[in-house]
Design a protein around this ligand. Sequence first.
Ligand code: PLP
Length: 382
Amino acid sequence: MVVSLSRRGNVEPFHAMDVLAEANRLRAQGVPVISMAVGQPSDPAPARVRAAAAKALQHGRIGYTDTLGLAGLRKAIAEHYADHYRLEVEPGRIAVTTGSSAAFNLAFLAMFDPGDRVAIAAPGYPAYRNIMAALGIEVVEIELGDAAYLHAGHLEAAHREKPLKGVLFASPANPTGAVIPADELSALVNTAETLGIAVISDEIYHRLAYGAPDTTALAFGNSVTVINSFSKYYCMTGWRIGWMVLPEELVRPVERIAQSLYISPPELSQIAAIEAFAATDELEAVKGRYAWNRELLMTRLPELGFPLAAPMDGAFYAFCDVTRHTNDSMAFARKMLAEAHVAATPGRDFDTQAGHRTMRFSYAGSHDDMVEAMARIERWLR
Ligand SMILES: Cc1ncc(COP(=O)(O)O)c(C=O)c1O
């Protein structure tokens, strides 16, 4: 028997999953673990989203849709750009995808060839690096150091060293929660344009910023590829539904690749997602709880010796420096889980260079859990 293994399959594992697996094992044994490790809302999808799905299941056949998505959903997403950003976006430029994860695959496949150099920030969401590596794209990780977010200066310096074909950034970011201010975002997009670097803006944490209003990179040019999702603000991780806003030239290539990659996004999730934009009251209540949790953690984590390594501008993450307690955040996270029964994510996944010094705490859970987690960590550290 011959088993063929490609070099591309040799990407980094998602180390945090080891911590999660251990948390699940403890839970199964009846240990009351509080998880601050998962990057997903603890609330279900909005009631009207679930009702639409239930109705569709009762009355309809769920089948393939157009590869770029149901016309009704593409129109609803276009209307969202008008309502939320005061931007006119043609529904024809919108591609519905199976989560933003599929959108990354499509964007990378349609925009880059093997060997092209694409910049991302470190720390950053590990799937960017892993998908690009699997596709043979050269990942250029820009260490942010003391900077909260990627800015035009970083891009210029990296491009000067060796030319870049693309850049991908997220604002608000995972794991830091940092938001790129509108003027800096404008400078970043314009600099990329001037240098001939294609921009992908991951806006999955939009509507989850606690200070400034959201600014989409689309506001600074139509050659930007925007990726977004129903997973985070809309509490729909498991529905696997997201979208892209594409420059005209990329619509057909993305459609062609998606046709063969997965035919169409799931119809049931698309029907349900149309309702998500009308569920703002319910979703703002959820966001209100995140904001309450954020206030708590902003004070409690530094008190416990975990100073913030980035501003808690958005998403539902506190990204902390853990060097007062350890120089090995992975071992520390394991020990904290085993002894204090609180799970958090070691920085290693987000930053292979400096991640041993950091940890990410997700505050998407209940407020009582956040209070209890901080109390447990305090007792444990003593
Ligand atoms: C920054 C960022 N982008 C994309 C994703 C993927 O989300 P999904 O595929 O559920 O849309 C995540 C998930 O944690 C994320 O944090």
